[in-house]
Write a protein that binds this ligand. Structure first.
Ligand SMILES: [Ca+2]
Ligand SMILES: [Ca+2]
Length: 168
């Protein structure tokens, strides 16, 4: 008896474009980009580094940097995408680096930095304390940022800070 009961439901589902097949509360007209997987829909929690776009925004980040009012995501292809407040241009990557090959990102309150595969650090956003002005001609291996400062390592245990550093 069960197949006979299910068949009409399946047929109805095929006919209605706004059917929610995975029953996650979102259908394709709401922006569900995988209506066969209930863990994937707009507003789903993004799992970093798995190559799957859980929140259906067209981007599968490997790293997220959160500022006070902005977020930047680093995608697997090395692209950085930022959203949120832009009152200090903290979303605006320097001209000509949109295709840059970033391997790490970090955000302070109102600025953002990215480490490129080459070891070069680029920063953008609020530069009141010089926090968006990394030392020139230095190759780094990792970066971090917070508040009004940025830090980067040139090798294990050896750090450089710029901005309002307090004790670094
Ligand atoms: Ca769905
Ligand atoms: Ca993901």
């Amino acid at each position: 008896m069960r197949p006979l009961l299910l068949l009409p439901l399946v047929l109805i589902g095929c006919v209605l474009p706004d059917a929610d097949f995975d029953m996650d509360g979102w259908d394709v007209t709401d922006g569900d980009c995988d209506d066969a997987d209930p863990s994937i829909h707009p507003e789903a929690e993004e799992v970093l580094g798995d190559g799957v776009d859980q929140d259906c925004d067209g981007f599968s980040p490997i790293m997220v940097a959160r500022g006070k009012e902005h977020d930047c995501e680093l995608g697997d292809g090395g692209l950085v995408r930022c959203e949120g407040a832009n009152d200090h241009q903290q979303l605006d990557l320097p001209d000509g680096v949109l295709e840059a090959n970033f391997i790490q990102i970090a955000a302070g309150w109102w600025h953002t930095c990215g480490l490129q595969a080459s070891g070069e650090v680029l920063c953008w956003g609020d530069n009141t304390y010089g926090q968006a002005s990394p030392p020139a001609n230095v190759r780094f291996v990792s970066i971090d940022a917070d508040a009004n400062y940025s830090v980067a390592s040139v090798e294990r245990g050896v750090g450089v800070c710029w901005g309002r550093c307090f004790g670094f």
